[in-house]
Design a binder for this molecule. Sequence first.
Ligand SMILES: Cc1cc2nc3c(=O)[nH]c(=O)nc-3n(C[C@H](O)[C@H](O)[C@H](O)COP(=O)(O)OP(=O)(O)OC[C@H]3O[C@@H](n4cnc5c(N)ncnc54)[C@H](O)[C@@H]3O)c2cc1C
Length: 510
Amino acid sequence: MVTNYDANARAHAKGRIARHADRARVDSPGVVWWLAEALAGEPELSFPPLTEPVRADVCVIGGGYTGLWAAIEIREQSPDTTVVLIEREQCGFGASGRNGGWATGWHDELDGLIAKFGESEALRLAARSSWAIDRIESFSQEHDIDCHFRRHGALWTASSPWQVGSWEPAMATCERLGRAHRLEAVDPTDLRERTGSPLLLAGVRQTDAAAVQPALLVRGLRRVAHELGVRIYESTPMISLDRRRPAVVHTPAGKVTTERVILSTGAWAAELRELRRAVIPIGSQIVATEPMGDRLEDLKWASGELLGDSQLMVHYAQVSTDGRIVFGRGGGALGALGRVRDRHFYDPATLGEVAADFRRWFPQFADVRLTHGWGGPVDRAPGHLPFVGRLDAECDVLYGIGYSGNGVAPSALIGRILGRLAIGLSDDDTEGALAQGPPGYLPPEPIRSLGGAGVRAAVHFAERGEGHAIQSRSVHRALRRLVATKVPRALDPRQALKGSTEGDDNPHPR
Ligand SMILES: Cc1cc2nc3c(=O)[nH]c(=O)nc-3n(C[C@H](O)[C@H](O)[C@H](O)COP(=O)(O)OP(=O)(O)OC[C@H]3O[C@@H](n4cnc5c(N)ncnc54)[C@H](O)[C@@H]3O)c2cc1C
């Protein structure tokens, strides 16, 4: 069976670029469909910027999921604690307003979790990742956030022969540890029927997964945070931080004097010297079709099942509630020197490839218009898992980053940990494996950028089809190891910086 598909895939790969290059056009390049839909329904679009000195018990920097969940946790647990949240643009401007809307758990990553943390912590974390999806569902219901939450699972598939069976180790581990219900086998014919994609060879269904409209979620969290008493200032970037007690967060026209700081700046955290080697910004690009109405009616996945493959430059898709296919691909441009670049938000070359990939996945929709195409920065960490840490003991600065493209659900957990740590609450999560700072570090510059670009080019070559001859599971495994390259904790850049950060009042050199 695989051999036949192999031949099909070769044929696809050969003519793909020439065949589809002219179909890669997008009507509104750079416009985020999710944000356009969410903002159209909001009466008051923005909170005014900070223009005066203010005081707060906790100052949260960054208005994405992480910062908003942290602020909400604090106000829910400790209503007397004053919280100011500053956001350089509008809440949801970052990855939270522009992602693929996959709220997924970590049972597919159980092997990796066990290798890193041991069986018992791995099982606890996988269960907590499912809790995070529950949290989005229950919180949205409780607070009337209509984020189009649809819990119909995720199809984890193979879009080329060498990906077939990528899920087998995870299935075996789930089976062994009594979590078999988290990954279900899917018949390949049924898979192609329910998705309409002739390209898909095989796959499984991850049950702890839900589709959301990501911008409606982040804007809903913003509304509830405000209702709970969080003072939100938008168009207010932190331009420097005085690391003393109390700390002072400087913004262009005001400042926040505060006991504690929570840094939840996503990929922008790489601008901070101590975290520059803990995460690297990487682009991810998405196209959205026009609403397709009854043309999707026979496709079961259109009711909200997520669809993705097993590439390192992973494809991910969902059908929005108004009938658009929203189709993305990870592994885009690197942010050399820890910088988030314009190219992360709109990368025409990569978008053209993603558009061509969409046509290849769904040749029957060759005539369908692509109305929107956009991108965003992912905070890729060596361990591919988020982590919470503290910058230094003298000044209470917490951070929560490193989602590596899987943050929609996990940010509810990380935000909870940050919020609890900020008010001195402790439990299994605040003491657990994700609250121990970065699990490893990326190599220093220029090796990081040069090596990263080299690895990305190799992955691109192998996965786009031009390198079909070298496509195999062993090549994929080797590339995965390279992508995860890190240096030991002993070379922790925070150790090297000890002493030199004293009096450093500009950790965000913008
Ligand atoms: C295109 C794309 C697709 C993705 N798809 C998925 C998916 O399907 N499923 C999934 O689980 N994850 C996905 N992710 C990842 C997920 O979106 C993120 O992990 C998650 O949104 C991270 O939230 P955050 O709050 O930590 O960061 P962000 O949402 O990026 O928020 C950080 C905020 O900090 C602000 N900021 C930065 N610097 C400053 C400063 N100096 N002062 C004040 N504010 C500042 C930014 O403006 C931004 O709003 C995707 C990411 C991208 C980019």
